[in-house]
Design a protein around this ligand. Structure first.
Ligand code: AMP
Length: 218
């Protein structure tokens, strides 16, 4: 049966890096609600105006809007063989809606926790830099680019720092994760659909665990 691979984990755990590897190697589309909201902010529409302060503060966008964009995106043809969710679901309501969406689409949900202790996350988030062209993720502490401030693949492109990767917003995002999203781990565990990968290791080692969890499933 085709799968929806839900990547779970706190902000900074490395979900985005793993989602990109899964996309490249398994050929399934990566759907990141965070990326979709950041793209929305560039449109200067009234909706962007509503969502901007929410992202800036590190709180969650209302479920109704979030579910709508996920439903629309995952209804497209490229999601027919399954897809990877990065950053969704984040609340119980979203998880319940995902069950419904999955059953309508004929997919089976598997959740994978990329597990990283809280004290490591802060440095991961403050050090994170991204290439605005190819989306490659760097870290000034853990994975610096060859030339400081520039992408390895696009040497002329300045790396960007996400607006919400600042100390105050990071605190809110981590608190929000603990309060709203962590309970979902029990939800998937209780139905035997949760797998865990130690997210403190190199991306390739984490990927190997995830791949095994995904391909080992019926
Ligand atoms: P991320 O890139 O996943 O860290 O998401 C960045 C921001 O987008 C979050 O701090 C939220 O404000 C918003 N966001 C992303 N995904 C969701 C979601 N599933 N539900 C609500 N808000 C979200």
């Amino acid at each position: 049966m085709s799968k929806i691979i839900v990547l779970m984990g706190a902000p900074g755990a490395g979900k985005g890096t793993q989602a990109r590897l899964l996309q490249q190697r398994m050929g399934l589309p990566q759907i990141s609600t965070g990326d979709m909201f950041r793209a929305l902010l560039k449109t200067e529409t009234p909706l962007a105006g509503e969502v901007r302060p929410i992202l800036a503060s590190g709180q969650l966008v209302p479920d109704e809007l979030t579910i709508r964009i996920v439903r629309d995106r995952t209804g497209r043809e490229d999601c027919g063989e399954g897809y990877i969710l990065d950053g969704f679901p984040r609340t119980t309501v979203q998880a319940e809606m995902l069950e419904q969406i999955a059953s309508e689409q004929g997919h089976h949900v598997i959740a994978i926790l990329v597990d990283v202790p809280f004290d490591v996350l802060e440095k991961r988030l403050t050090g994170r830099r991204t290439c605005p062209v190819c989306g490659e993720i760097y870290n000034v502490y853990f994975k610096p680019p060859a030339r400081e401030g520039f992408c390895d693949v696009h040497p002329e492109v300045h790396l960007a720092q996400r607006a919400d990767d600042n100390a105050e917003t990071i605190k809110t995002r981590l608190m929000t994760y603990q309060r709203d999203t962590q309970p979902l781990l029990d939800y998937y565990d209780a139905t035997d659909r949760l797998r865990r990968a130690d997210g403190t290791r190199e991306p390739e080692a984490i990927y190997a665990d995830i791949e095994q969890a995904v391909t080992g499933e019926p």
